[in-house]
Design a protein around this ligand. Structure first.
Ligand code: NDP
Ligand code: GDP
Length: 327
């Protein structure tokens, strides 16, 4: 089996590549040309799989590159994970976010339609689409209410995947994944910002950690668990849409407390609220109901929040201690 992953250099792309390689897949990935050649694959290297994947130059904004890549690789499965994925940046770069996170999905689906319409397609949709939540627990039937240019773009991508399934009979599935983290999470996201900050404070490099809205609540899981759900969706006879979540919601404040407590520190002595991290509109609470994924895919998360945060703190302590890049 051959799989093509867009966004292979990101957190989920790296874990998914490792999972698929374990299952015997030949794995191809789209990589953006950068002047920093040699560092883009750091997550794949961290997982020890960089030498086992084939990377091809392309960009989600460049349809011709995607057509060429699908032609060259002839994948059985396409996992569309590439995106401008950081909510806060989406207000600063709304047009780019729309071009890549939204229209990029159409580009990928058009490349597939032109070259390999029988491939199975996964779209990385997001719980951010629920935004101003319309039900206390969100499932596949919950109405969407996006709260950022990122979430609006993801909604476009989600409906585009559904539409290609209904219009052309594509085996296209959309995974509505709630927040998932790991030691490979970008340092701008709040969990990793906290675990990196805790490591720096513990090792005496800094004294404070500046955060925004710490009353926000998220349903957090581990990326290693969540990429398994992606793969399971594409193994089903019928395509479909699935919520993937832990079913537990925790405030940023409480997540932070777990991280500080792990190294014997009190967060109240170090966390400073900095309004510059407030967002023009925030998502105050998310809580997912993954019953459909459990029933139809047999999926269940295995790693809880406490274990995940402790793993992230331990890895960041080691990174900071040995002067490794923050990425
Ligand atoms: P990351 O930000 O870690 O990875 C994003 C990937 O997209 C990177 O490989 C990045 O490449 C690539 N990319 C960005 N722009 C382009 C472009 N123009 N052309 C080609 N590739 C591009 O995200 P995650 O791994 O955390 O998330 C994977 C997907 O799942 C994303 O679509 C995200 O929005 C979505 N998602 C994530 C959730 C989470 O909690 N992690 C929750 C729900 C959905 P580069 O390395 O060059 O920057
Ligand atoms: P998101 O759910 O995809 O936006 O993931 P993030 O990890 O970026 O943010 C989760 C929540 O943490 C949001 O409600 C943010 O407003 C909140 N938050 C509070 N302080 C910070 C901060 O300093 N950085 C980030 N990224 N988020 C913060």
């Amino acid at each position: 089996m051959k799989a093509l992953i867009t966004g292979i250099t990101g957190q989920d792309g790296a874990y998914l590549a490792a999972l698929l390689l374990d299952k015997g897949y030949e794995v191809f990935g789209v990589i953006r040309r950068s002047s920093h050649r040699g560092v883009e694959d750091h997550r794949l290297r961290w997982l020890g799989v960089a030498h086992r994947v084939t990377l091809l130059d392309g960009d989600m904004g460049d349809l011709s590159s995607l057509v060429r890549i699908v032609k060259e690789t002839q994948p059985h499965e396409i996992y569309n994970l590439a995106a401008q994925s950081f909510v806060a940046s989406s207000w600063r770069q709304p047009v780019l976010t729309a071009n890549i996170t939204a229209v990029g999905v159409t580009n990928m689906l058009e490349a597939m339609r032109a070259v390999k319409p029988d491939a199975r397609f996964y779209q990385a949709s997001s719980s951010e689409m629920f935004g101003l939540v319309q039900q206390p627990r969100q499932n596949e039937a919950t109405p969407f209410y996006p709260r950022s240019p990122y979430a609006v773009a993801k909604l476009y991508g989600h409906w585009t995947a559904v539409n290609y399934r209904e219009s052309f009979g594509f085996h296209a599935s959309s995974g509505i994944l709630f927040n998932h983290e790991s030691p490979l999470r970008g340092v701008e996201f709040v969990t990793r910002k906290v675990t990196d900050g805790v490591a720096r404070i513990k090792l005496g490099l800094t004294k404070e950690l500046r955060l925004g809205n710490i009353d926000a609540k998220r349903d957090w899981g581990h990326a290693r668990d969540y990429v398994r759900a992606m793969w399971l969706m594409l193994q089903q006879e019928q395509p479909g849409d699935y919520v993937v979540a832990s079913g537990r919601t925790t405030s940023v404040r409480d997540m932070c407390r777990i991280a500080f407590a792990h190294v014997g520190l009190d967060m109240d002595s170090h966390v400073v609220i900095d309004p510059s991290f407030y967002r023009p509109a925030d998502v105050e609470i998310l809580l997912g109901d993954a019953s459909k994924a459990t029933e139809k895919l047999g999926w269940k998360p295995e790693i809880g929040l406490e274990d995940m945060i402790r793993e992230m703190v331990d890895v960041d302590l080691e990174r900071v201690r040995t002067n490794q890049e923050r990425a």
